[in-house]
Design a protein around this ligand. Structure first.
Ligand SMILES: [Zn+2]
Length: 246
């Protein structure tokens, strides 16, 4: 059986002298792992389309117990990422997150759009690293069933933009009267609005918000805390990014 879809290579591993195993975030079938047989013999166009951060059209053969790539046509290869180790490590983190959170054998259109847009912004330096990190973390959490409830205080339903606390454990906000848990984080002005924006806004506006640099990096710390608390995952690429960031 043959599958035809577009996707982004989010991981590559050498498995033999001439074979590689790649993980692809595909639009129609979610995350799938496929062999690139005879990687050195495959046509050069297909070769470049099967390296890390390559986005392309794939024709994939589904064998009895493995997928393998028949043909690959590159659409965009995010070369610029390789010039900046910090950007590269952040891109690897986005890819690892997609590999962990995107569905398998199911439609992953929203995930693919999110990661492609983030890589584009990252490679062209169009948004700060903190902003892209916060967007990808919180939006992907929301897509994969961890959307926090940021509308009003979880206890008394007070609706306010200021003076609110976020609980990474409960995925809820609380007002100053109702907050009791020491794990709750006091959200500075603007950070709650930015979190609401990331969770609830339509795709076209996702990357269009601004915050002062300090608040943006606070936001990225909150979204990371939320992600790590909820998923309880150990993410090697996140540790690497933080090391590169210094
Ligand atoms: Zn309250």
């Amino acid at each position: 059986m043959k599958l035809s879809t577009d996707g982004l290579i989010i991981r590559e591993q050498q498995t033999g002298e001439d074979d590689r195993l790649v993980t692809i975030l595909t639009r129609d079938y979610g995350v799938l792992r496929a062999f690139v047989r005879g990687a050195k013999r495959i046509k050069s166009k297909s070769q470049s389309a099967t390296q890390l951060f390559a986005y392309g059209k794939f024709s994939i053969y589904r064998g009895k117990d493995a997928y393998s790539i028949d043909e690959a046509q590159p659409i965009e290869i995010f070369f610029d990422l390789r010039n900046d180790i910090e950007a590269l490590s952040l891109a690897q983190y986005f890819c690892e997150l997609a590999g962990e959170l995107a569905p398998v054998e199911d439609d992953a259109d929203e995930y693919l759009k999110l990661v492609l847009n983030a890589l584009h912004m990252l490679s062209k330096n169009k948004r700060s690293h903190a902003q892209l990190k916060a967007i990808v973390e919180l939006r992907m959490m929301s897509l994969s069933g961890y959307m926090p409830d940021l509308v009003a205080c979880g206890d008394c339903s007070e609706f306010s933009d200021g003076g609110m606390f976020f609980s990474p454990v409960e995925g809820q906000i609380f007002c100053g009267e109702c907050v009791k848990d020491h794990t709750c984080i006091a959200l500075p002005n603007g950070v709650l609005s930015a979190m609401r924006h990331i969770c609830y806004v339509e795709n076209a506006k996702l990357f269009s918000f601004t915050l002062p640099e300090e608040s943006m990096s606070f936001l990225a710390d909150v979204t990371e805390k939320f992600l790590l608390t909820q998923t309880a995952k150990k993410l090697k690429t996140l540790d690497f990014y933080k090391m590169m960031k210094g």
